[in-house]
Design a protein around this ligand. Structure first.
Ligand SMILES: [Zn+2]
Length: 445
């Protein structure tokens, strides 16, 4: 990247000041929006705490419904703390000059190594951010999750995960960072296009490595045992024409009582992974219905669409970063005054990735809406290939076990939720069953 032709002076102060104000305004709006949504959610859930919605009255006891409300409220409160702390940390790093102070320290330490300084600057800010996050992560696991009976983690496992996660982040992140910073310096004004290609290749590599290398670092995977569940699953896969490299059970219970099932890998390396906590709770019919839902995501190419969308968005983001990184007001407005001899890449990356979420937060509902649309499509697929009733029963069990609220605030839900609210989702499944005339399970192929 070419340095500025003239060093920042008084003349560039006014665009910088204007950008500081725009940033401050966007931060205020996003924090206010988060607080407003949290308040709505808390009020709505509290107001419905003492009555199970009629739709679920026969299937979920009042005690479980109240527990779900209390769990939701506790998470909303923790979310408020995270929002406010996050905003304070962001302001400290940017407009109050935190990044500039760290850069000054590194310049004193390594006056002759501007490139290394950029790498270390990004690393230091990332490490500091993670360290500040740590008390909250520990509280979430050993305070909140434990209080509601979800935590299965020992402090020893928490520390081991932290160590492994940090090593992994450095092993994967450092080469990527060095490559991008090098491109920013050497690849001319189109560096962002090259950086995008590197980013895409990096993500595809992680997708390939995840099931076989990364996930096994944290969990044990054993093949699904022969038995009624496996038979049902294999028949469903044959019926849907789905080839898989294997059915695995993961020891999710080492960390949490929450249950799940997912697909991983792509092409012929696809694997289906069930959490042991899910298999312990659902019967064979219900496991089949849950898997049929996941197959629905696969058949409708939801995962591929999401990957393509992510790549398209990152291309637009990198183009924007390419432009912003050439504007002196971008740095000064966010509290950084580059000194002669400083490489700009590290500053540009940090400021962009710290400040950008403040501006894009308002777009959150769009992603949530698309995700909920995919969930409905996957449910409809499950109703066709398996049974709407079985999926309903499985979902009700999972809602109860995971203490998911059945009564979210509609606005909060529309903004954040990747899955449709319980009541709407089950009503759709019931309609699908009725439309299919009672939906007997399809005959085994
Ligand atoms: Zn889904």
């Amino acid at each position: 990247m070419t340095p500025f032709t003239s060093l920042p002076g008084p003349l560039s102060a006014s665009p910088a000041l204007a950008f500081t104000l725009v940033f401050a305004l966007a931060l205020l709006v996003s924090v206010a929006l988060r607080l407003w949504l949290a308040t709505r959610q808390a009020r709505h859930v509290a107001a419905h705490r003492d009555a199970v919605p009629a739709q679920f009255a026969e299937r979920i006891p009042l005690a479980a419904h109240r527990r779900a409300a209390d769990y939701t409220l506790a998470r909303v409160r923790l979310g408020l703390v995270e929002t406010l702390l996050g905003a304070v940390v962001l302001v400290c790093f940017t407009v109050l000059g935190g990044i500039g102070a760290i850069a000054d320290g590194l310049r004193a330490l390594l006056p002759d190594a501007p490139f290394l300084r950029q790498v270390l600057l990004v690393g230091a800010v990332a490490a500091l951010g993670a360290a500040l996050d740590l008390p909250l992560a520990a509280y979430r696991q050993f305070g909140l999750e434990k209080r509601f009976g979800f935590n299965r983690m020992t402090p020893r496992l928490f520390v081991a995960d932290l160590a492994k996660g940090t090593l992994l982040a450095v092993a994967l992140g450092a080469p990527l960072l060095v490559a991008v910073l090098w491109l920013m310096e050497r690849a001319g004004t189109l560096w962002w296009l090259w950086a995008w290609a590197v980013w895409v290749a990096f993500n595809l590599a992680v997708l390939v490595l995840y099931p076989t290398v990364i996930a096994p670092m944290f969990n044990a995977f054993v093949p699904l045992e022969p038995g009624p569940v496996r038979e049902r699953v294999e028949r469903l896969l044959a019926r849907c024409g789905f080839a898989s490299k294997g059915l695995f059970v993961m020891d999710g219970s080492r960390r949490s009582a929450h249950g799940n099932a997912y697909f991983t890998g792509f092409g012929r390396c696809k694997r289906i992974v069930f959490f042991d906590t899910l298999l312990a709770r659902l019967d064979a019919d219900e496991v089949e219905a849950v898997l049929a839902h996941e197959l629905g995501h696969f058949t409708h190419r939801h995962i591929l669409k999401r990957i393509v969308a992510t790549f398209a968005i990152s291309l637009a983001g990198l183009w924007l970063l390419g432009w912003l990184s050439r504007q002196p007001w971008f740095y000064q407005g966010l509290g950084v005054t580059p000194q002669a001899g400083d490489g700009l890449g590290g500053y540009a990356l940090l400021l962009f990735f710290l400040a950008m979420p403040v501006f894009t937060f308002v777009l959150h509902p769009l992603g949530s809406w698309l995700s909920r649309r995919h969930e409905f499509e996957a449910d409809a697929f499950a109703a066709r290939q398996s049974s709407a009733d079985d999926l309903s029963r499985a979902l009700v069990k999972l809602y109860e076990d995971n203490a998911s609220t059945l009564t979210p605030d509609p606005v909060h839900s529309a903004f954040y939720d990747s899955h449709p609210p319980a009541a709407i989702r089950l009503a759709r499944l019931a309609a699908l069953r009725d439309a299919a005339g009672g939906s007997p399970r399809p005959a085994p192929a």
